[in-house]
Structure formats: C-alpha cells, structure tokens
Design a protein around this ligand. Sequence first.
Ligand SMILES: Nc1nc2c(c(=O)[nH]1)N[C@H]1C(S)=C(S)[C@@H](COP(=O)(O)O)O[C@H]1N2
Ligand SMILES: [Mo]
Length: 434
Amino acid sequence: MNAPRRTARPRLPAGPWRSPLRGPWLTSVFGAVLLAGLPVLFLTGLLSYAAYNPDLSPLNDKTPAKGLLGFYLFSWPTHPAWLYRLNQGVHVTLGVVLVPVLLAKLWSVVPKLFTMPPVRSLAHALDRLSLLLLVGGALFEFVTGLLNAQLDYLFPGSFYPLHFYGAWVFTGALAAHVALRLPRTVRALRSRDFRAELRTPTARTRPEPQDDSGLVSSHPAEPTMSRRGALGMVGLGSLALFAVTAGQSLGGPLRETALLAPHGRDPGSGPNGFPVNKTAAIAHIRPQDLGERWRLVVRGPGGRAATLTLADLHALAQYRAALPIACVEGWSTENQHWEGVRLRDLARLVGYPSDPPGVFVESVQPAGSFRAVALRANQVRDGRSLLALRVNGAVLSYDHGYPARIIVPAAPGVMNTKWVRQLTFGASDFGEPA
Ligand SMILES: Nc1nc2c(c(=O)[nH]1)N[C@H]1C(S)=C(S)[C@@H](COP(=O)(O)O)O[C@H]1N2
Ligand SMILES: [Mo]
C-alpha cells in the first residue's frame, strides 16, 4: 500500500543546518580574524616555552624527546623586567578572546563535517584528515590552555608537553589549511562588501549564492538574524571575555573586573597584598620547617658548601629590585619592591668570585612540580636576581615564601621558588635531586 502523498513535489529532507547566514563569506571573515590571531598565539607560546629554560633540567620541563622541536630554544633574557608579563598576558588574553571566534568559525563549517559520502577520493580523504587535525588540534589547544589557566594543576607536570606538542600539530595543520584555502578565502572575502553587510538588517538578509563550497544551505531557513547581528554577537562575546580577563595582567583598577582570573582578584591589602598562586598550606609547608630550624644550604663545586641561618642572610649586603610576578596562567602583578641577597653574592660564598654559573633551586616543599627549578647563568648574574627576604618593606608572608624566595627579572612566575631550602651552583646535571 502506498502512503498518501500530500504534495506532488518530492520534499527535501529538512536537515539541521539551514541557517541562511552560512556561506564562504562569513566563514572567511571568521577565518581571517583567526589567521591574524593564531600566529601571535603560536609565537608567544613558543617564547613562553623557551622562557622556562626547558633544556636545562627535566625538572623545569618534562617534554621527552622534544628533539627537533627545541631547535629555537635560547637564553631567555632578564631585560626588560616586564618581558614575560607582556608575553604571557598577550598569550592568555588573546587565547581567551579568540574563543568566540573559533566557535563561530566551527559553527559556520559544521555541515562539512557531515557531508556524504564522507570520503570521495584520495585527495578528499587527505583534505578531511588535515581538517581533523585542524579542528581537533584547535579544540585541544584551547581546551588545555583554558583548563590550565583556570584550574591549574589539573595536569601536574604534563601540561607543557601536551600543549607544546599540540601546538606543533595544530600549527602544521593550520599551515596546510591556509595554503589550500587562502585563494578561496580571498575570493570569498571580496564577494561581499563588509561595510554594506554591516548596514544590512535581518529583513534584507539573503543567503549567499549557491556554490560548491558545501557551506551554503540548499534549503535555507528564513533569517532570524543578520550577518551584522552574528558578527556583533561574536564581537561582543570577545569583548566581554576581554573585559573579564585582561585585568589580571594589566592590573590597576582593572584587576577588579578580571572575573575570570583564577588568582588574586582580591589578594588582600598591605605589603603582601598581591596574588598568591599556591598557599603554604596547599604546598604542605609545615611551619616548623620555616622556624628556628630553617637553614639555607648553598653548594658549589668540589663539595664547597655554606649553611646560613636567617640572621646570617640578613647580615649579608641587602639589595632592592622592583619586579613583577608573571604566571604562565596569564595573571601578573605590578612591580613589587623586593629586598634580599643577590644570587651572585651567594655564588661568591661557594667559590664563584665572578661569572657565576646557573643554579639549581630547591624548596622546603616536600613534593610537587614547582618545588625545584633550574636558573640560567644569565639569570644568576643579573644584579636584580635575589633571594628575597622582604617585599614592599615587610617580611615575606608564609604564602609568598617566608623566609626566603627567589625573584628573577623577566622570568616566568614558576621560577620564583618559594620557601627556598637549598641552592646548588654549577650543578653539571640539574637532574632529579636525591
Ligand atoms: N615552592 C614553590 N614555589 C613556587 C610555587 C610552588 O608551587 N611551590 N609556585 C610558583 C608559581 S607557578 C608562581 S606563578 C609563583 C607565584 O608566586 P606568589 O604565590 O608569591 O604570587 O610562585 C612560584 N613559586
Ligand atoms: Mo605560575
């Protein structure tokens, strides 16, 4: 028995992807914004990675066999002092701000994920594979980056290798994608006048012409929004994210608006009133380890060593340096006024009257990724690199590393080890300590 037919015309399947806004022009506008932003993300990401001195010690970075990918690593400078603050502020803020653009771009091409048949030829298969790496790589990089910034220590020790390898895969796929799609993107961008589009209301919004891009719906729905509206929504989304993020690195009154800042929207007041990454309690620091019993052990070549009490340290020449703390998560502080002993003076105590080498720093902290770090010779030699005992005129608080912490200009926050217990200058192998 035949089912009764209501119309003579065969009905097209309605399909879920019917927005009349989808088309090569809109996709290309989002693509162009990403094309401007992603290289900056990649570059600041590579620089941030280099800033960790990953080739010094497996404790700074646990990227096995980075091999060729480490080709560009260099001695991260100590000037200007705000260098890492700027780099990481740009990296994290831009990454957050691009999220709506990325989502809009993915939304605009989503019908392509469901084309039938999924693979038409070898070339088509390769194209689809590169798109898989592109989309997968983008999602992976954004998700790992956001999770690390928001919920630090979700990937203890493994974030850097994951995000670093992922960046190369994603950027490789992106380069291939741009090479293949650029001519088409340029043509699409020229196919409509951007300003005219911004003057077109919903009522006059028409689908882009049918073509072979696979983006334009073959049976578009009535518009419920103009292209201007769609671009505005994405733009406002990015702007809103900027407003709740940027303050964590720009500081000043904007810090209050940094609702997304994982640390320190309200760090309290007073000399120690600036953000704390990990408190003494979270790092399992026991007060008795920092009291009368605390000693600083400084070690040098050939078994030379010095053991210093806090009073001994105070008796050494004290220096001041105004330096920020800038975390990989993007937040940073204004310059704080640190006071303490120069690292190069401590090197002098154990046999380096001049030109000290790098140093291996260890904390009282019993365990955790950030309990130890290796610093380069150029960082030790900078006269502003301190084992700080005071900040902003007061003794360090427990949470900021009492009785002594490292502070190095232009370095990532993770190098500013708190609750320092031992410094080993010129260790030939900065390996896992016994
Ligand atoms: N011992 C120890 N030092 C540490 C850390 C840590 O977890 N343990 N965190 C580091 C990180 S990631 C940063 S960003 C800075 C933050 O310093 P602050 O908490 O004083 O702002 O401390 C660094 N020093
Ligand atoms: Mo950090």
